[in-house]
Design a protein around this ligand. Structure first.
Ligand SMILES: NC(=O)c1ccc[n+]([C@@H]2O[C@H](COP(=O)([O-])OP(=O)(O)OC[C@H]3O[C@@H](n4cnc5c(N)ncnc54)[C@H](OP(=O)(O)O)[C@@H]3O)[C@@H](O)[C@H]2O)c1
Length: 263
């Protein structure tokens, strides 16, 4: 059955690929982007590929933009938009961490609340929160981002239990990508070098660290978004979606082991 699905941060990466794949499966997809320029470019791209998308700008940090959801009867909201920040918690400017939480947690939940208002009234709906396996194990120098995804995953599990008690047929699920080559990880890990000067506790190892990060991502990143897009489709189309959808599974397995052995 065709569903009405809104996705945030659909101008690039996983969000864009998920929007295309969902539309190709016959769903009505509202593909939203942070900026008007991204919306224009996405619209053109969709037209070139003969994919029907309804595209508009929705910066999740703006209340006025979040209210754009109101006219729609959404079956599924996919909270995909996020930003990345890295650096040691011993020295990172908390303004950066606050901004990260603003986008990845608070505004994501505010947008979810707008969608829930109508979903609860209609007694039907699914909300997907794109979190991360970085929200399951702490990773040094990635903690600003990692903490925001820990919080988002906890919020998703808690909200799911609340919606179960409400018995209004509302489903909350977490999408947990592992490392996937979209450029997001490189931009995130590099972000700390913009402010880590000579006075940084870690300046002596910065060069080696950057090389290591590049090499690690080259090794572990899935080359395509196909696996996680499949999981997003599964969660969007399920009548009773599970709590967690992970891809690549091997990275999910690794994280499970890390938790069992207390890392
Ligand atoms: N790639 C991975 O390895 C990986 C792993 C785990 C989880 N994830 C998660 O997967 C999701 C998609 O990431 P991706 O890899 O596809 O990276 P991406 O291409 O950077 O996607 C994130 C999208 O969110 C948009 N965005 C940022 N702030 C926004 C705002 N205020 N309002 C609306 N949109 C906003 C970005 O727009 P701009 O381009 O303008 O910034 C971008 O289009 C994110 O939630 C990310 O945390 C990714």
């Amino acid at each position: 059955m065709s569903k009405t699905i809104l996705i945030t941060g659909a101008g690039t990466g996983i969000g864009k690929d998920a929007a295309f794949a969902l539309a190709q499966r016959g769903h009505r997809v509202l593909a939203t982007t942070q900026t008007d320029a991204q919306a224009l470019s996405l619209e053109q791209d969709a037209r070139t590929h003969h994919v029907v998308l309804e595209v508009f700008k929705l910066d999740i940090t703006l209340e006025h933009d979040r209210e754009k959801l109101m006219p729609y009867d959404l079956d599924v909201l996919i909270n995909n938009a996020a930003i990345g920040e890295s650096g040691s918690l011993a020295e990172v400017d908390m303004k950066r961490v606050r901004q990260l939480f603003e986008v990845n947690l608070f505004c994501t939940l505010e947008l979810t609340q707008v969608a829930l208002r109508k979903m609860i009234k209609r007694e039907s709906g699914t909300v997907l929160l794109v979190s991360s396996i970085a929200g399951r194990v702490p990773m040094p120098f990635l903690m600003p981002y990692s903490m925001s995804k820990f919080a988002l995953s906890a919020a998703g599990a808690g909200l799911r239990a609340e919606m179960d008690q409400l018995k209004k047929n509302i489903h909350i699920s977490l999408i947990e990508p592992g490392a996937i080559h979209t450029g997001f990880n490189q931009a995130m890990t590099d972000s700390k070098y913009a402010w880590m000067g000579n006075s940084s506790y870690f300046s002596h190892q910065a060069e080696k660290m950057q090389k290591q990060e590049r090499a690690t991502f080259k090794l572990v990143e899935a080359r395509s978004t196909q696996g996680i897009v499949k999981q997003i489709i599964k969660a969007s189309e399920a009548n009773r979606p599970k709590l967690r959808y992970v891809s690549p599974w091997i990275q999910g397995f690794g994280v499970r082991m890390a938790r069992i052995f207390g890392i």
